[in-house]
Ligand binder design. Sequence first.
Ligand code: COA
Length: 156
Amino acid sequence: MKVAVYPGSFDPITMGHMDIISRSSKFFEKIIVAIGHNHNKAKGMFPVEKRLEMIKLATKNMDNVEVHIYDGLLIDFAEKVGANIIIKGVRNSKDFEYEQNMALINNSLKEGVETFLLVADPKYCFISSSMIRELMYFKKDVTEYVPNEIMHMLKT
Ligand code: COA
């Protein structure tokens, strides 16, 4: 079975992430959306358990999508769930440079694991989770940028 992992912080999940999940879900038998703890990043706005609930709600109509939380290296998690494909979205050249390094590191840690980069839909290229957090901080409407299903969960 072709299983792919789509990792990220998802703090919170955005329409940009949803675009990557829905497009890639057509090409694999199973997509595991994996919420990782990035030790180089601050703790984040939403607890990981809440992010998990948000993504489950947002993807509830996608039969081949699962949501997990992982700690430690992505490559170890991928091995644990039997995935040899990592999916990442690329919005711009900055993302590409970063993802190229990540793909090379992961491939050198475990041969045979491949990273598939999906070019983000231009209408979501400017969206990021931190942008949404900032808009929320200033009490601005973020309806356009996050899945409808999670709007009621955005209050911290
Ligand atoms: N649409 C919208 N936003 C997107 C996006 C898309 N298609 N693609 C990326 N982003 C944004 C995210 O919203 C996030 O925005 P923010 O910084 O404003 O919060 C930003 O891009 C970075 O994405 P993030 O989800 O934080 O992923 P990441 O690439 O930084 O990876 C982990 C985070 C936890 C998945 C990753 O660091 C990891 O797996 N760590 C475990 C340790 C490991 O294995 N390291 C590699 C080997 S050393």
